[in-house]
Design a protein. Sequence first.
Length: 282
Amino acid sequence: MIYKRAKVYWMDFSVHGQRVRKTTETSNRTLALQIEYKLKSEMLEGKIGIRKSPIFGEFLDEFLTWSNAQSSPPTYKRYCVSSKPIRSFFTGPLDRIDSGWVERFKVRRLEDCSPAGVNRDLAALKFMCNFAIRQGYINRNPVQGVKFLKEGPGNMRILSYEEERMYLLAANPLLRDVAVLILETGMRPGEVYTIERENVHVDYIFVPDGKSRFARRNIPLSERAKQILRSRKNTGPYLFPHRADRSKPMTEANRGHELTIQKLPFSCRIYDLRHTFGPGLL
C-alpha cells in the first residue's frame, strides 16, 4: 500500500511478518508504486532484508545502556525515571507503537503526574524513538505529531533575606558553599556541582556547557563568591568532588537540603536559590 503524506508517497507493507513503512521520496504515484514493487520483490526473493524490530523492553535496555555511556549523569537519570512508566505501558515489538498508542499513554500518564511530568516522559520517549531510527529498528518516530500538554507557570519561589539567612545558618558546610555560589552567581545547581578548577579565574567562572545554547558563558564573581571558591582547597579537578571518587563531580545535594529544610519554618527547593539571585541584584 502507498499513501501520500507531506507531498510525497510512503509505502506500508509486510513481508514474512516484517513490516516496512518508509518514504518513497517521490511525489509521482506511478514511480512510487514501482519503488514499492521493487523493494517488496527483493525482500521476497531474499536479496535484501530489514533489521528485525526488537521487543520494546529489550530495546529500552539497549537504549539505557547507550545513554549511561553517552549522556551526562543528570540526563541519564532523567531517562531512567521516565523509562519506568514507559516500560510498563508499551509492550510487544517496538515497530508496533504508533501515534495513537502514544496518545493513550499521554492520557493515562496524566492520571499520575502533572502536565510537566507527562511532557518530560514524552520528550524522553521521542528521543528513544529517534535512537531506534538511527539503529534501523523503525522508520518514523511515533511521537512526532503528538501534541505536548500545556504547562502551568511553574512554582517560582524567591526567598526573602531572612529566609536566605536562616537557610545558610541551618545548612551543613558543603551545602552552604553550594547555596552561596548559586545565590551570588545565579548558576544552576548542576553547574555548581561540576565546577572544574581550571575554569575558575580571578574574577569570573567559565561555564563551558549546559542545558541550553546560552549556558556557555563567563560569570563575574562577587567577593562573597570568591571567598567560597578560595576555601575549596581539596585536590582534584573538581571543586565539589564526589565523595566516593574524587576524580568525578558530586551529582546532587538533595539529602543535605532535605535535612536543612526540616530545621526551618518554611520550604523551598535548591533551585529556588537561583530564582533568588535575580531579585537580589535589584
